[in-house]
Design a protein around this ligand. Structure first.
Ligand code: UDP
Ligand code: MG
Length: 330
């Protein structure tokens, strides 16, 4: 029988042919140094370059390497979810492929895990080689999210973390269609601790998170952890009708007791545009939630695996229990 695997390292990859070799080498060196059984579980998220081919090559020479090959690009968060579904280790580490997350930090995470912590997450104290725009918006996003949600989601923390098997087991029960994994790990609880690190520059290639994907991720984070944006409409409604009510008296006063009336096409148009803007924005917000409800209702599978390499068994996603009605036979 296969030796029990102690560590699984889940690496989502999307068009990473320029970095994958270096990444594999550094992960291998770090994991070999633990002296314990481990697996490197690459999830190929529909790469269009040679990433999958290169990993298949490693699978042939290195028994630690496994590959899950998606039928298309399903997104980073889904790739992580698949990795957790298939991982067999007692501790599961999620790390980016571009070496922005230093693999050597895994050893510190393991140390904390051995002290009894069930989640060890990596907090970025500094981000190198990223645009000022990305740094600023990311930093703002984590702080806003923290303000509007009840769940204690740590700031400046990505998906680079170690999870105990127990945590991974609970994570596998969550089958959300638009998951915000870093928030869900906080949501499941357990004994969590941070380790700090400086986020390096991407080794090579370009970011696989263009603005569109970043916006999608942040909307997933907000909508899956807070209803506050929906409540904004009622707050705005109350404030604006209060202003409207007071203005009504002002207008009546001017009309009845003075000779002046408020004139102007411009002011009307400005007010009209302002309020239409607010209304459309709120409709859009509601749409974000409805779209996600629709995704849940359709209940399509989270991902489709074309092939897998190096994996001996199918995954065991823990599905929510289905209760069948039992009928008595007469
Ligand atoms: N990634 C993925 N699917 C995607 C986008 C990204 O699997 O649709 C992977 C990517 O290969 C990398 C990780 O997710 O290993 C983080 O992406 P990236 O480094 O480009 O994001 P950034 O660090 O720029 O935010
Ligand atoms: Mg990166």
């Amino acid at each position: 029988m296969e030796k029990n695997i102690q560590y699984s390292v889940v690496v989502p990859v999307y068009n990473e042919e320029l970095v994958i070799h270096e990444s594999y080498q550094r992960l291998k060196t770090v994991m070999d140094s633990t002296g314990e059984a481990y697996e490197l579980l690459f999830v190929n998220d529909g790469s269009m370059d040679r990433t999958a081919e290169l990993i298949k090559g490693y699978c042939q020479t290195d028994p630690h390497v496994r590959l899950i090959d998606f039928s298309r690009n399903f997104g980073h968060q889904i790739a992580i979810t698949a990795g957790m579904d298939y991982a067999k280790g007692e501790a599961v580490v999620v790390i980016d492929a571009d070496l922005q997350d230093p693999p050597e930090l895994i050893l510190d995470m393991i140390e904390k895990w051995k002290e009894g912590y069930e989640v060890v997450y990596a907090v970025r104290t500094q981000r190198k080689g990223e645009t000022a725009f990305k740094k600023y918006t990311a930093s703002l996003f984590y702080r806003v999210l923290r303000q509007i949600t009840e769940v204690d989601i740590p700031i400046d923390t990505g998906d680079f973390r170690l999870m105990d098997r127990k945590v991974c087991h609970e994570m596998k029960k969550i089958r959300e269609k638009n998951p915000f994994v870093r928030g869900l790990v906080s949501w499941v609880g357990f004994k969590q601790i941070a380790v700090e690190y400086v986020r390096d520059e991407r080794l090579a290639g370009e970011t696989k998170y263009p603005l569109k994907k970043m916006l999608k991720l942040s909307m997933d984070g907000i909508t899956s952890f807070s209803y506050k944006p929906l409540k904004l409409a009622s707050v705005a409604g109350i404030v604006l009708s209060a202003i409207g009510f007071i203005s009504m008296f002002l207008v009546l006063y001017l009309k009845l007791f003075t000779n002046s009336t408020i004139t102007g096409w411009s002011s009307l148009i400005v007010i009209q545009l302002f309020f239409s803007g607010i209304i459309l924005f709120m409709l859009g917000m509601i749409g974000e939630y409805i779209g996600r409800i629709y995704d849940e209702a359709k209940d399509r599978p989270l991902y489709i695996v074309r092939e897998s390499y190096g994996l001996q068994a199918k995954p065991h996603p823990v599905q929510s229990p289905v209760h069948f009605k039992q009928y008595k036979q007469h």
